[in-house]
Design a protein around this ligand. Structure first.
Ligand code: OGA
Ligand code: MN
Length: 211
């Protein structure tokens, strides 16, 4: 395992509370710096080695790459070369999964995540993460990997809430967590490469709480 300072349990509990209360939580500096740096280096290396592929929208037979709607390049973590930082990140996410299950009774039983790189000018138009024909994605988690992100660099995560829009810069260490079925969101175009890990906690197909 990758050495890193502990993330205190209370921060996971805060995420769970905010998720229960309003459907979203954005935490600055949640991920330890050395971990973010290792993940960021890996994402950059995959990008430079041309090992990220254009992300599609839709599912199954309806999949299509439409850069005007979604312009990122991705690779599933499962499909990346072994790296100690990946195991550490997955362990952190497993702790978060436990905290969410304990306080929200969501029955989350797995996590899938991919690196994503948005080149300059790329974004992802307003959408929901839950696929219409697949209700398994319950909670979305996006971890940002951009050191030295400056005001004016763009690339914000924009949440569309009942109260209006809220924008969050994709700064290294920030983690956004939100209800996949309920929170519409988009990625604003940035002026430089924007790296992240986007992931989803899934429920079991036979979960009685599915709707
Ligand atoms: C996604 C997504 C948000 C972000 O990958 O579905 O909405 O800020 N990502 O990268
Ligand atoms: Mn999304």
């Amino acid at each position: 395992m990758f050495e890193f300072p502990e993330v205190s349990v209370s921060r996971y509990e805060l995420i769970a509370d905010e998720l229960a209360e309003r459907g979203w939580s954005v935490q600055d500096n949640l991920l330890p710096g050395p971990l973010v740096q290792a993940l960021a280096e890996q994402c950059r290396a995959l990008w430079q080695q041309d090992r990220l592929t254009p992300a599609a929208i839709g599912r199954g037979g309806d999949q299509a790459v439409v850069p005007e709607i979604r312009g990122d390049y991705t690779r599933w973590l499962d499909d990346c070369p072994h790296h100690a930082a990946n195991a550490t990140y997955l362990a952190l996410m497993d702790t978060l999964r436990g905290a969410l299950n304990r306080s929200l009774f969501l029955g989350l039983d797995s996590f899938e995540t991919h690196f994503a790189l948005y080149p300059p000018g790329a974004g992802y138009q307003r959408h929901l993460d839950r696929f219409q024909n697949s209700p398994l994605r319950a909670v979305s988690v996006v971890a940002y990997l951009n050191q030295h992100w400056q005001p004016g660099d763009g690339g914000e995560l924009r949440l569309h809430l009942d109260s209006g829009v809220r924008d969050f810069p994709p700064r290294a260490g920030t983690v956004a967590v939100f209800a996949s079925a309920d929170i519409e969101h988009e990625v604003l175009a940035a002026g430089k490469d924007r790296a992240s890990l986007a992931g989803w906690f899934r429920r079991r197909p036979d979960n009685p709480l599915l709707r």
